[in-house]
Ligand binder design. Structure first.
Ligand SMILES: [Zn+2]
Length: 274
């Protein structure tokens, strides 16, 4: 099954035509869309949105980019929200969490420390409730791995993977799947394309990260930034098939299986977006 394992469908970019976007994804064969939260303020929105269509799922977590404005009581609120969501079959795990040492504001020592504390606390939460995590990793591959090794029972997805082969292997050894999406569709993205071509297929899941990470076919260099949407995950599967020299059906079946394996709460009850 074609699954978009990472889509910010609640983003303001989708305000004018969200229902049409979901319909287009359904017509493109997308069977499930996972909507990660980014901050306390959108926990309700992602849960509500996921429940509004068959095939909608959500995760709850505090994104590293939201950490500067987050307060410790947000972590308590997250814990309560997760506990309450355990009965909700649209809820699939903890995310989006992680470490971002790319954004200048987030690189300052005090903010690095706060990010690491939030990441570590949320990993502990995942372990306590036996839930997978959706992890944002930017300029922080080794630091994220360090924290994952401290919680070896916690599995999940390293989303928008952009590391080395050695780092990829370390995530795989940790039991993680690696998310591939729009970045893989650019001819100049040599390293990501090599990874997509050569990593074991059983370690790969597909994602759009919409509205971000527009695939190459939307891009107009220098023009306004195009909006990505979940329907594109089908063509992303096609691109991965082309890179690996296999049929797209094989990619769709394998990445769907992988997503179900790593996100066990993705139930079979809500197959299809219609
Ligand atoms: Zn994201």
């Amino acid at each position: 099954m074609l699954i978009d394992t990472h889509c910010h469908l609640d983003a303001v970019e989708f305000l004018p035509d969200r229902e049409t976007v979901i319909e287009r994804a359904g017509r493109a064969g997308v069977g499930a869309i996972v909507i990660p939260a980014v901050e306390r303020a959108n926990f309700g929105a992602v849960a509500h949105l996921a429940a509004s269509f068959a095939g909608g799922y959500y995760a709850l977590g505090i994104h590293p980019i939201a950490v500067p404005d987050a307060e410790d009581e947000d972590l308590e609120f997250l814990e309560q929200s997760v506990e309450a969501a355990l009965d909700d079959d649209r809820f699939i795990g903890i995310g989006e969490i992680g470490l971002d040492f790319f954004v200048p504001e987030l690189k300052q020592p005090a903010m690095r420390e706060k990010q690491e504390r939030y990441f570590s606390t949320q990993l502990q939460l995942a372990r306590r409730f036996d839930l997978p995590v959706i992890v944002h990793v930017r300029r922080s591959q080794d630091e994220v791995l360090k924290y994952l090794r401290r919680q070896p029972d916690v599995l999940g997805i390293a989303h928008a993977f952009n590391g080395s082969f050695q780092q990829a292997q370390q995530y795989i050894d940790q039991g993680f799947k690696l998310g591939f999406g729009g970045a893989m569709t650019y001819d100049r993205a040599l390293q990501i394309r090599r990874l997509a071509e050569r990593l074991p297929l059983e370690s790969i899941v597909l994602e759009t990260d919409a509205p971000d990470m527009p695939p190459a076919w939307l891009g107009k260099p220098g023009g306004p930034r195009p909006r990505n949407e979940p329907a594109h995950v089908g063509r992303i599967a096609g691109e991965l098939a082309r890179l690996r020299g296999v049929e797209v059906d094989e990619i769709i079946a394998a990445t769907g299986r992988n997503a179900h394996q790593i996100l066990p709460r993705l139930s079979v009850r809500h197959v299809g977006l219609s």
